[in-house]
Design a protein. Structure first.
Length: 482
């Protein structure tokens, strides 16, 4: 199938003949750096971008967001796809299923599914539809038809997709994360703003106060008014009827929005990151009496995509989202990633309390994610894992603790940001036979002696057992982001 680049007529090849079967809708301009005709190389094989499918998700007539699937033709004749995944790129190939998958209605987020000899974890369930097509495609898409698209991830850092356009015979594909600059791409769009997806001079009035708002990025789904600090929903597009929710109290971020700093985050090479979003999250520490909050910065680099910088009681932690998922051990009290183990520290619902800047996902008042935080054991004691789960998505991220001095120097702050607490090596017997830290034992013994001195001479009531209002082992607030 092919789509005429001039009149958008859709032409189907049927044997040796061609026939028109309709017209494609107009593509949403998302300022992607890719385009038809771009060439590249993956391994020993070269490829050319020959087609594009643009998908939308959300229940309304106007999509809440869009993503692209670029059709690749390789030098050996094989077809592939370069797909946008959580603002990263995944190289995907269609794979024949060895058995029928469960019906889409029976699949839930976090569920394990065995397909083609691999165990997959359900990462997201989207009610999506193909919006528009461009160039050449291997088969006619179901333009305008709404159907489930389910993303799967596994412990080998692979991504898979179940496409239920035909419920009786779902499509299946498997991919791995790639960097655009590793594909030796030639012929990218010459628009200087294409790589950063900037909107340019487009502006509109804040629905709360009427002040002018100018998004810096075309893919922003939420933005904060610089005048009244209301959060404006852009998910329906800047030309649609806009909704907003007012924030009565302003929070001042330690790192100003727009500030650029050079950092290495979660194992990536040091590069320039710009602060494009800031939020404050709140959660309960296991009971109704204690609560805690943390600051969450959204960072952007045009080659690396997005990262997150968390300012919490654990100190500063830089996070990147994972393509795959860790291996769950037992009931989930421990997980394993790349041969290293991480211990569960806390589970809690995290709630959005304040927002400022621009975000590539839609933020609403009181948005809640079920968060689980894991601390690294032994050699990875300075690393963190975090999972965030909603009704239709679960996202895993890996982070590394950063010194406060590194944050101050990178972003040229006038004052030292919050100093990270020292990282205490794991001392649990389940960590693989490590020697128990004698300092920790000494502290425990002193506490026990103090309790005995207070309670041991009491009356018939005996000893008192309780938490004293404290949170077990402290809490790891490294999570709380998309």
């Amino acid at each position: 199938m092919a789509v005429c680049g001039y009149c958008r007529s859709t032409v189907l090849r049927d044997g040796d003949s061609l026939r028109k079967i309709g017209e494609s809708a107009e593509l949403f301009d998302d300022h992607t750096p890719l385009q038809i005709g771009v060439s590249g190389k993956h391994g020993a094989r070269t490829f050319t971008v020959i087609g594009r499918l643009q998908f939308g998700y959300g229940e309304g007539a106007t999509p809440d967001g869009t993503w692209n699937e670029w059709h690749l033709l390789f030098s050996d004749g094989r077809n592939g796809w370069l797909s946008e995944d959580n603002d990263q790129y995944v190289l995907v190939f269609d794979v024949a299923l060895d058995k029928a998958p469960p019906p889409a209605a029976e699949i839930t987020v976090g569920q394990s599914i065995w397909l083609v000899g691999l165990r997959w974890s359900v990462a997201s369930i989207a009610d999506a539809r193909p919006l528009a097509a461009q160039g050449e495609l291997p088969s006619p898409p179901a333009l305008g038809q709404r159907y489930p698209i389910i993303d799967l991830r596994n412990e080998q850092a692979q991504v898979a997709t179940l496409d239920y356009a035909d419920p009786a015979k779902p499509g299946f594909s498997i991919g791995v994360a790639v960097r655009l600059d590793a594909l030796s791409l030639q012929g990218l769009r010459e628009d200087p703003d294409a790589g950063t997806k900037k909107v340019g001079a487009q502006s509109f009035a804040c629905p709360e106060c009427g002040a002018a708002i100018e998004p810096a990025r075309a893919d922003s789904r939420s933005i904060t008014c610089g005048s009244c600090h209301s959060v404006v929903d852009l998910s329906k597009g800047a030309g649609a009827d806009l909704s907003a929710w007012r924030q009565n109290q302003r929070e001042v971020p330690t790192i100003p929005l727009g500030r650029v700093g050079v950092l290495s985050i979660a194992g990536t090479a040091a590069c320039s990151w710009q602060v494009v979003g800031y939020s404050v999250k709140e959660a309960q520490a296991g009971n109704d009496e204690e609560s805690f909050s943390w600051d969450d910065y959204l960072l952007y680099n045009e080659h690396e995509g997005f990262a997150f910088l968390i300012d919490s009681e654990d100190g500063w932690v830089g996070f990147r989202t994972l393509t795959g998922v860790p291996k769950i051990i037992g009931a989930g009290a421990m997980v394993e990633l790349d041969g290293s183990r991480y211990r569960l520290m806390a589970r809690y619902p995290a709630t959005v309390a304040y927002v400022e800047g621009e975000f590539y996902w839609q933020i609403v008042r009181g948005q809640v994610t079920q968060t689980a935080d894991y601390n690294g054991i032994g050699a990875v004691a300075s690393q963190r894992l975090s999972s965030e789960k909603t009704d239709n998505e679960i996202v895993w991220s890996r982070g590394v603790i950063l010194p406060a001095t590194a944050i101050q120097q990178a972003f040229k702050l006038d004052r030292m940001p919050q100093t990270a607490r020292p990282v205490i090596a794991d001392v649990s017997p389940v960590s693989g036979g490590q020697t128990i830290n004698w300092v920790v034992w000494l502290v425990v013994i002193i506490i026990i002696l103090l309790v005995l001195s207070e309670c041991g001479t009491g009356g018939a009531g005996g000893y008192y057992y309780g938490t004293g209002g404290g949170s077990y082992g402290g809490y790891s607030s490294g999570g709380g982001h998309k």
